[in-house]
Design a protein around this ligand. Structure first.
Ligand code: ATP
Length: 249
């Protein structure tokens, strides 16, 4: 039996103020899948993501990464394996140069010298940003900073890449370029997004979370084409967008 990259079982969580954000979430990701996590504002998507690398710990239920239970004892390895790219790249970039930022994670794991340089170059090549290695991140455009933020995570060679709103604040060309980069990667992806055409373009499978519960899990095209399902969970396609007519890349 193949072990899922990510296995969330019966995950329930209430914030300290008592607000119940997740009610028994079950989610399994197989290696190489790209899955979109959809849902209206306040559905619990961020709360779920924060459990995947142990920023929050389960009230009830469990999260396994490559078969490893997420918990205090495994936190360091879990954070290497679950790479989260937050919505604002400036939350992730804080070093004087792009190279230093991308080297930060692997250097923390003890990597040094030529091996570290090669790891940084590899990650920057994957996002097409090697030419910017010696630039300060704050001199880059927002779209370039997002690509570097992706590289900081890829440099850890994660088992799963979790992207929070990857297309937000990108112009159409940067949005398309990022899609090309993400589809070319050989990594399992979980992408939180309100950009439904992007979900369709990038992810064959989608999961809809609403009020802390998974209410649908299936082919992105089928879910987006189900007008009743979409409406009942406050999901709206752009005007005139036909999910059935669009090819999935
Ligand atoms: N620190 C907190 N304390 C109490 N309740 C919280 C906290 N953070 C989030 N919540 C609540 O938990 C629920 C889920 O929030 P969460 O941020 O996970 O939703 P989301 O699906 O990511 O929303 P969005 O699409 O707006 O980012 C919401 O009702 C929210 O108000």
């Amino acid at each position: 039996m193949t072990i899922p990259v990510l296995q969330v079982s019966g995950l329930a969580y209430a914030y300290p103020d008592g607000h119940q954000a997740l009610y028994g979430v079950d989610l399994s990701l197989a290696r190489g899948e790209r899955v979109a996590l959809l849902g209206p504002n306040g559905a619990g998507k961020t709360t779920l993501v924060l459990h995947l690398n142990g920023i929050l710990t389960a009230g009830l239920g469990s999260v396994h990464v490559d078969g490893m239970l997420v918990g205090k004892a495994t936190l360091r390895e879990v954070r290497r394996r679950v790479g989260v790219v937050f919505q604002d790249p400036d939350d992730q970039l804080f070093m004087p140069t792009v190279r230093d930022d991308v080297a930060f994670g692997p250097a923390n794991l003890g990597m040094r010298g030529a091996e570290l340089d090669a790891r940084v170059d590899e990650a920057l090549d994957l996002v097409g940003m090697r030419a910017y290695a010696d630039r300060p991140p704050h001199h880059l455009s927002f779209g370039q900073r997002r690509r570097v933020a992706v590289a900081t995570v890829l440099a850890m060679r994660p088992s799963v890449l979790v992207l929070d709103e990857p297309s937000s604040n990108l112009d159409p060309a940067s949005r398309r370029e990022l899609a090309e980069i993400l589809t070319a990667l050989d990594v399992t992806v979980l992408m939180v997004t309100h950009d439904l055409p992007y979900a369709l373009q990038l992810c064959e499978r989608s999961v809809i979370l609403d009020e802390g519960t998974i209410v649908a899990d299936g082919s992105t095209r089928d879910l987006l084409a189900d007008a009743e399902l979409m409406e009942s969970h406050r999901l709206e396609l752009p005007f005139g967008f036909d999910p059935v007519a669009r090819p999935v890349s």
